[in-house]
Design a protein around this ligand. Structure first.
Ligand code: ARG
Length: 506
């Protein structure tokens, strides 16, 4: 917020934060650059806000403003527009790509866990939303001074793995293990289909789950380990495309035994109970149902593993704040988790945050799905790259290599921007044609604007050391300068609200 306006308004006796929150931007710049509503003061000053506005306007005599006057209950401020423009532009030129950054997070360690695909399963469009969101929040936090740890957490044990191993052993035995997510996803989908109404199959799967859980069957454990590594390897090209690097990759298999121990300790502490042989926490009085930690065969569940993970994050990595993003389907699980941490008197339970995001849907029949329910990353990406290629060939005559580079950059921009611009509580109906457009509210349009802006700078032969001279300033330029001036506030708010959508709107 404009510091001159804030300091001029100190005469109201209000706190600067209060002032900042109250200041408005007139819709029409002809009414000023900023406006301050005086309603809040009328109670303490026992006067009509119109009168107050007139008084305040009369008292502000600063050379920073071209004029200040009252319009009804508002004090309207007109900045010295030339001076303001030079100041803003000089700041931007000095700070370059750090313009808008801040140090509010200085000294604070923030861990964001995002993306979290499971091994032996698809990396699908929903994962793209989560990955884009997490990476964007990480960058916002870094820009605001936080020390950010990017964490990933994958399910590499549990029922879904048992199902996959069951289908592979039964229907694909000896088949070469491929580092291709589509191959893994197809076998997983086959498992789910063949297990439907198949009681003996379910018994076999439960048996495999126990064997993996106890790590006792050497042959099976080897198959699990080999396939696990290939499945993880299949993510490497995806994260390369998306330009995301993780500092830490947690796996469920690493927190299994710690999870079991916590579950057993919770029984001793009277927080969990044994019910029909299973270890559960009754959270009904908090309206959070029953949370099962261990099955009646002693195998460990997602829930107990998450308790162990929470402990690790704070104790081993000494973070100050944690945020986990997942699909909204897991909202209840995280409420149960955080409530349990609270019941355990876990020191940092309030700093263990969760953010659920809605799903991504594709208009019926719009994109091919090899696995029935979800569109795989690779298929989604390739369709966008092809669409981008078509757009490029319409406009430019460039080499195939250049088309390859540009189409990937454009496809990624289209993909990420459409994932980020929608608020997390809204479903995304992904529209390929819309997302790839070179004009409008799209990622490719941002790339285009960036390229254009750079070429304007080139053509102007602008040098960093040049002094800014302004002879006159037009009203639309004034509005543009104001927009640029709002950027740091927008960043700060987006960061505080973990809301990349806010920056995309800006
Ligand atoms: N891998 C999990 C899934 O696909 C998401 C992990 C979320 N994070 C967590 N700490 N539970 O369902």
């Amino acid at each position: 917020m404009n510091s001159k306006v804030i300091s001029a308004l100190k005469i109201t006796g209000l706190d600067s934060n209060v002032i900042t929150n109250l200041i408005e931007i007139p819709k029409d710049i002809a009414h000023g650059d900023y406006a301050f509503p005086c309603f809040i003061l009328s109670k303490t000053m026992r006067k009509n806000p119109i009168e107050i506005a007139r008084e305040i306007a009369g008292k502000i005599k600063s050379k920073d403003f071209e004029k200040v006057y009252a319009v009804g209950p508002y004090v309207n401020f007109f900045l010295d527009s030339k001076k303001n423009a030079v100041e803003i532009l000089e700041k931007i030129i000095k700070l370059k790509s750090m313009y808008g950054s801040s140090s509010i997070g200085k000294g604070k360690k923030f861990m964001i866990e995002f993306s979290q695909p499971n091994t032996h399963k698809a990396f699908h469009v929903g994962h793209i939303r989560g990955t884009s969101l997490g990476e964007s929040i990480a960058r916002l936090r870094e820009f605001c001074g936080y020390k950010v740890t990017r964490a990933n957490y994958s399910g590499d044990t549990g029922m879904h793995i048992a199902k996959w191993l069951w289908a592979y052993s039964k229907f694909h035995k000896g088949e070469k293990i491929q580092d291709d997510e589509a191959w893994f996803a197809e076998i997983y989908v086959e498992a789910v289909q063949k297990l439907e109404g198949n009681e003996s199959g379910e018994i076999e799967v439960a048996e495999i789950n126990r064997k993996i859980d106890s790590r006792k069957d050497a042959k099976l454990v080897k198959l699990w380990k080999d396939t696990r590594l290939k499945s993880i390897a299949a993510w490497t090209p995806i994260y390369k495309d998306l330009d995301v690097k993780f500092d830490k990759h947690f796996f469920e298999s690493q927190v299994e035994s710690a999870g079991k121990k916590i579950a057993n300790d919770l029984v001793k502490d009277g927080i969990a109970i044994i019910s029909d042989g299973a270890t559960i926490i009754d959270l009904k009085k908090y309206d959070l149902g029953v949370w099962v930690l261990l099955r009646n065969d002693g195998t460990v569940l997602y829930s107990a593993k998450d308790l162990a993970l929470a402990k690790d994050k704070f104790l081993k990595y000494k973070i100050d704040e944690s945020l986990i993003t997942t699909s909204v389907e897991q909202n209840l699980h995280f409420k149960q988790l955080i409530k349990t941490l609270e019941l355990m008197n876990f020191k940092n339970w309030e700093k263990y945050g969760h953010m659920g995001y809605e799903s991504v849907r594709l208009p019926e029949g719009k994109m091919s799905s090899r696995t029935g329910t979800n569109v795989l990353y690779a298929d989604f990406r390739n369709e966008l790259v092809d669409a981008a290629k078509e757009e490029i060939s319409k406009r430019a005559n460039v080499s195939n290599k250049e088309i390859g580079l540009r189409s990937l950059a454009i496809a990624m921009a289209a993909m990420k921007y459409s994932m980020l611009k929608q608020d997390t509580n809204k479903v995304i109906i992904f529209n390929k044609e819309e997302s790839i457009k070179f004009e409008g509210d799209t990622g490719p349009y941002l790339l285009y604007s960036y390229a254009r802006a750079n070429s304007i700078l080139d053509n102007a032969k602008y040098k960093q050391t040049d002094k800014i001279k302004l002879n006159s300033i037009e009203v639309n330029e004034r509005a543009l300068i104001n927009e640029l001036a709002f950027f740091p506030d927008e960043i700060l708010e987006s960061c505080n609200n973990n809301s990349p959508a806010q920056v995309t709107h800006y």
